[in-house]
Every structure is written in structure tokens, then in C-alpha cells.
Design a protein. Structure first.
Length: 204
């Protein structure tokens, strides 16, 4: 499936993303062999669907989502069966309905990784400054050298005052090679929103 079509399907399945931005990210990710993916903030599962489709056939894919989270987290128990159908036959999909910011959750993820480093970490959970910073501190050390760490909602969100991903992004991007995928047109009547930031995680 081409990148734009996959992005459109992901949005239809609930991804709160701009098709143009998600499509560009998918095209970038397709250039790598993704054997290990961790997603923080799954919501309705749209992006999880996309990651399953572009990951390697035997990949480990881990979703972390907090029931009742402040930024739209907490899918229904009934969604679990649906999400499990997203993975390919030999992929291993782990759905952790827990708080990403607890050390016990990190330890569970490490257990599922079985000694592997993360190829692609997607941070789209708690959008408060303290929350996104905590997710970075906890999980970035688990990412492989030159792996991808991707943030969603890096643009300033005038209509959502608690969303401070942009503040953390503008701090952290100075330390790493990075790209920004932004389409600033006003859609859904929300005003400025979205934006994807990609860190090439250099641990040297």
C-alpha cells in the first residue's frame, strides 16, 4: 500500500493526524527495517494500524496507552480484539493499557523487547511539557543508535493551552539531527495543530 493511501486508512481508523504529514512520515519510515516499534499514545488505533503494516513481518510492536488519559487516551476493552487483527501473522503485538510514565511500565516494555533496542519510538501520549519530557527521559535510552524518535503535535497549539509538545521539541531538537514535517493549513476548523518531529537518535 502506498504511503498516502495507508495514511488515509489510518486516519479513517481514528488517527488524529493530517494525511499529508503522516504520509510523509510513513515514506521516511519505509526506508528502514523496523523490527521493534514502541508507540506511546494509541487512542483509537489508527497509527498503530499503520505501524503494523510497515513493520517487518516478524517485528515486535508495543502499544502503551493510559485508560482515561488527559489527551484522548484509553481505548475500549472491546477494541483489543480489533487491534490484534492489525498485526501480520508472525508479528508480536503487545497492548499495554498502562501509564507510560511509571517505571513499572518501562520494565514491562523492556521485558517484551527481550534485549533488543527500539528502531522507532513514537511519542504521542501526554502532551503536557512534563509528560512528554518524562516519556523522552524514560524511553529514549531504549532506542538504538540512529533510530527514530518521533513526536506528534510539535506545532504551537493556540486552541489547546495544555499542549506543550512544541516547547519540549524546540529544546530537544537542538541536540540532534532532525527533520520537521509540517503542513500548517487550517483543517477541521481547529486552527494550527499537528506537526511531526523526527529525531535521528545519535547516542555517540
Amino acid at each position: 500500500m502506498d504511503s498516502r493511501k495507508l495514511a488515509k486508512v489510518a486516519v479513517k481508523k481514528g488517527a488524529v493526524q493530517k494525511v499529508s504529514e503522516l504520509s510523509a512520515l510513513i515514506s521516511l519510515l519505509k526506508k528502514r527495517k523496523l523490527n521493534t516499534i514502541v508507540e506511546i499514545g494509541t487512542g483509537k488505533g489508527g497509527t498503530l494500524y499503520a505501524w503494523c503494516k510497515i513493520a517487518e513481518p516478524g517485528a515486535v510492536i508495543i502499544s502503551v496507552d493510559l485508560p482515561g488519559g488527559p489527551f484522548g487516551g484509553g481505548y475500549k476493552i472491546s477494541d483489543i480484539k480489533k487491534f490484534r487483527k492489525y498485526k501480520r501473522k508472525k508479528q508480536r503485538l503487545y497492548l499495554c493499557r498502562k501509564d507510560s510514565q511509571k517505571n513499572s511500565t518501562k520494565e514491562e516494555i523492556i521485558k517484551h523487547l527481550k534485549g533488543q533496542k527500539i528502531d522507532f519510538l513514537f511519542i504521542d501520549g501526554d502532551h503536557r511539557y512534563s509528560g512528554v519530557k518524562k516519556d523522552w527521559k524514560l524511553y529514549s535510552p531504549l532506542v538504538k543508535h540512529n533510530g527514530f524518535i518521533v513526536f506528534h503535535d510539535i506545532l504551537l497549539h493556540p486552541g489547546v493551552l495544555k499542549c506543550k509538545v512544541d516547547k519540549f521539541w524546540n529544546e530537544i531538537k537542538k541536540r540532534y539531527k532532525h527533520i520537521e514535517i509540517t503542513d500548517k493549513y487550517n483543517d477541521l476548523g481547529w486552527g494550527q495543530w499537528g506537526g511531526i518531529g523526527v529525531i535521528y537518535y545519535d547516542i555517540t
